[in-house]
Design a protein around this ligand. Structure first.
Ligand code: GAP
Length: 448
């Protein structure tokens, strides 16, 4: 990942995903979609517009309630989130004792230091907190006034609520069922930071799961989805001990939620929210019914009843998940596992790894590059992301691939010419097996 707009000095807290990063993130989104949309008969997918009629945000409560309390220093006029300033202050009164990589000797990040020390000297002199709406405004068409104001969506969820009727009428879904969506969301965060953890433009993967309208049903599905959500992270390699489930207390709940639990990950900067599951009850559909004047009810044929369903919402940040998978996979050798001390292996699940197979000719002659290129062409036609490398020693080529998480490396040597076999080396065990070239595709596809 690169700092966005880097040649112009960057653009605070925005990042671009490069060749490997974009593939890693895409693999993650594809696996999510395969598991939760394609892999289930009770969930359908959708892709809604980012800019919707502003009435959507009036109805959803985002125009009125999607705010953060902000404090402004009367001396330097810098603004910070009030809760973040309180958190930074509490860290000084109770020394956090964090290791230096988590924010310097005193345990404070540069952002937290800025919250405590005014640029004009001494402490900040904060005025009363004011509420600040986090939605990005834009204008539609040529005039720039209140009649043309529109907003970039702050969550993908509303696109699914406002299409509830379209989906129920066009896809024959029956309650309980869900709608899933992956897409960009935008929030004018006051204190973004910690790399891609909190940015102003980010991606979400969300499901709105519609159930019969009772708190018991809602709680049952809430428990179900919390387990499925955590499982997604552990099945793709995140260590269970690095995840925690934390229930929100009443003061933290979003304006739409009757109960939320976060799945937190032990990031290098501390335990922080990675994903969450909320009980949104009938809040959103009821609001859209009121504001649009169009009934948002479901006819339950099995029970001969008409009602607004309750909603359980599992949600995750795609950028945060990408970051967590990267952090969790990062492994520096202590020198006792056959690698040299300090050598890095990215132990990504093969399904997430940006490159699946690297192919090396031992020499740049004797027909070895030609065999390597044929193998690459075969793997590519089977949809496998490959990389060709003919420079440096084989050990060096392995190390380059270990660092980017490539699970398998193939070497073409003299036996490849004589016996039509190659070696396949496993990133994690470093073991090598000899495999017939004719069996290579099937063997690798099975491993992947
Ligand atoms: N629809 C519900 C919703 O939007 P949220 O907790 O505000 O709930 C969902 O956001 C997920 O989106 C979070 O769990 C987090 O992973 C991710 N997220 C939220 N704000 C973010 C930001 N500024 N930068 C990166 N990811 C963010």
């Amino acid at each position: 990942m690169y700092p966005a707009s880097e040649i112009y000095g960057g653009f605070a807290n925005a990042f671009d995903y490069g060749p490997l990063g974009s593939q890693l993130k895409l693999n993650l989104k594809n696996e999510w979609w395969k598991r939760f949309v394609v892999g289930r008969d009770d969930i359908v997918g959708m892709d809604s517009a980012i800019i919707q009629n502003p009435k959507v945000w009036e109805a959803s409560g985002h125009l009125g309630s999607f705010t953060d309390p902000l404090v402004e220093c009367k001396k330097c006029h810098k603004r910070f989130r009030e809760d973040h300033v309180e958190e930074a202050k509490s860290l000084i009164s109770t020394p956090p004792n964090l290791p230096s990589e988590r924010g310097g000797k005193d345990g404070l990040t540069p952002e937290q230091k800025e919250m405590l020390v005014c640029a004009s000297g001494g402490e900040h002199d904060f005025a009363e907190a004011k509420n600040f709406n986090l939605m990005f405004k834009t204008f539609i068409g040529v005039t720039e006034d209140s009649t043309s104001t529109a907003y970039l969506r702050p969550e993908t969820a509303q696109g699914m609520f406002i299409n509830f009727l379209n989906v129920t009428q066009s896809s024959r879904v029956k309650i309980p069922f869900g709608i899933g969506q992956i897409g960009k969301a935008f929030r004018n965060e006051i204190t973004p930071g910690n790399f891609t953890f909190r940015t102003r433009e980010f991606e979400q993967a969300e499901i709105e799961y519609f159930v019969e309208p009772s708190l018991d049903e809602s709680k049952k599905w809430f428990t179900y989805w919390l387990a499925r959500w955590k499982e997604f992270f552990t099945d793709f390699g995140i260590k269970d001990e690095n995840l925690t489930i934390r229930a929100h207390d009443k003061s933290e709940l979003s304006h739409y939620s009757a109960g939320t639990s976060d799945i937190e990950y032990d990031f290098p900067f501390g335990m922080s929210e990675l994903a969450g599951v909320a009980q949104r009850t009938k809040f959103d559909l009821e609001q859209h019914e009121k504001h649009s004047g169009i009934e948002q009810k479901y006819f339950d044929e099995a029970n001969n009843k008409k009602y607004i369903p309750y909603v359980v919402e599992p949600t995750m940040g795609v950028d945060r998940a990408t970051l967590a998978f990267l952090v969790d996979a990062y492994d520096e050798s202590d020198g006792t596992d056959g690698r040299e001390k300090g050598e890095v292996t990215l132990r990504l699940d093969p399904r997430l790894a940006p490159i699946k197979v690297a192919v090396f000719p031992l020499m740049k002659k004797e027909g070895m590059p030609e065999i390597a290129k044929e193998i690459i062409a075969d793997l590519r036609s089977a949809g496998v992301a490959t990389f060709y490398d003919e420079s440096g020693s084989i050990g060096r080529r392995y190390r380059r691939q270990d660092e980017i998480g490539t699970p398998f490396c193939i070497t073409i040597d003299f036996d490849s010419i004589k016996e039509k076999t190659v070696t396949v080396r496993d990133r994690d065990t470093m073991k090598q097996e000899r495999i017939k070239i004719s069996k290579l595709n099937d063997c690798l596809l099975e491993k992947l």
